[in-house]
Design a protein around this ligand. Structure first.
Ligand code: CU
Length: 343
């Protein structure tokens, strides 16, 4: 930015626009994208994001599968009964994410993020060891702090290109329990399946690369970001690695408002190992029914308040394709709202 500022001192009007790139609402990516901008030396930023995700109905591969079909045809990996007997029908995830960014120099921005997560899942329990007679329904709920990430965003040669290198700390609990309804009509309190837990239980590596640019009323960007899981947690398993590839464009509708479109690809692997306290005739308890490949599209808006200190942003996204190691609940839509304060 220094050489650019010097060049701007020569007073090219067009240059002033790009030199003030961070006073444009679209100098930040759509709000669902993490760690996509850097700061100049001494800048400090706080952020709060609220994310809601809604999942309803299950898929096996790319096809929908009904609860009745699941309990008639899908094998139970645990000894007995032979097929699954409990089927999750919907799930919501609500996350309150807080973050801080600080740039000790123009070339490095440090970022810390953590979250408070609430998960809720509704299920149908089918009676006994076979057949499609429903016994009843039940809901499980967990909430608490999720994993915490510490990252360095390192600017690379080029106008707006940076690498991300970080670690995700296992601050999220992986021993959450709740009451369930069994096919034998009992209601024990058990450790809940993997999708209801709040963290990975392992120290994970975050790596990524982000590019962005703008010209006139248009802006664009692309990001790769992965989460590599290392070692095994205390319960003897490792969550699957996660990889995200995203591309976005934005249009400056007003000096304070930009509108964005985003396409994102998400890939998550299955679980390696197994928690001996998690079992039962339900798809979510199977470490081999956790893998996801999904393409999402999102529409969003960024609003920059006069003075360029406060930003508000929102984005709604829906999947346009998903392939699940199922049966597994499918994602239907998600919404992210965010507030950012630069100091
Ligand atoms: Cu920031």
């Amino acid at each position: 930015m220094n050489t650019l500022t010097t060049a701007c001192a020569v007073a090219f009007a067009a240059c002033a626009l790009s030199a003030n790139a961070d006073t444009r609402p679209d100098s930040h990516a759509p709000i669902s994208v993490m760690g996509e901008h850097t700061h100049k030396k001494g800048e400090l930023m706080f952020s709060y994001r609220y994310m809601h995700m809604s999942m309803q109905g299950s898929r096996d591969g790319t096809s929908a599968i009904s609860p009745e079909e699941t309990v008639s045809t899908v094998a139970n990996r645990f000894a007995a009964p032979p097929t699954l007997r409990i089927v999750p029908v919907d799930m919501t995830v609500d996350m309150h994410m807080v973050g801080a960014m600080y740039a000790p120099s123009d070339s490095i921005t440090l970022m810390a993020m953590s979250s408070y997560i609430t998960k809720e899942m509704d299920h149908i329990t089918f009676m006994g060891a076979a057949g499609t007679t429903q016994l009843g329904t039940f809901t499980t709920k967990t909430d608490g702090i999720g994993d915490t990430s510490l990252s360095a965003l390192i600017r690379l040669p080029g106008e707006r290109l940076h690498a991300t290198l970080g670690v995700s700390l296992p601050t999220g609990d992986i021993e959450q329990t709740d009451d369930i309804l069994t096919p034998m009509n009992t209601r024990p309190t058990l450790r809940l399946p993997y999708p209801m837990q709040l963290g990975s239980g392992t120290y994970d590596l975050i790596a990524g690369l982000t590019y962005s640019g703008d010209n006139g009323s248009w802006g664009w960007g692309a990001q790769w970001r992965s989460l590599f899981r290392f070692g095994e947690n205390d319960e003897n398993y490792t969550l699957g690695d996660e990889h995200r590839m995203q591309g976005w464009i934005s249009y400056l509708a007003h000096p304070s408002l930009s509108l964005s479109g985003r396409v994102g690809y998400f890939d998550r692997g299955n679980i390696d190992g197994i928690d001996s306290a998690i079992s039962g005739p339900v798809q979510t308890a199977d470490p081999d029914r956790q893998g996801v490949q999904r393409v999402d599209v999102g529409l969003g808006a960024n609003f920059l308040f006069p003075g360029a200190r406060h930003r508000l942003a929102l984005e709604a996204s829906v999947p346009i394709a998903q392939d699940l190691d199922g049966p597994q609940l499918e994602t239907d839509w998600s919404l992210t709202l965010g507030w950012q304060l630069a100091l």
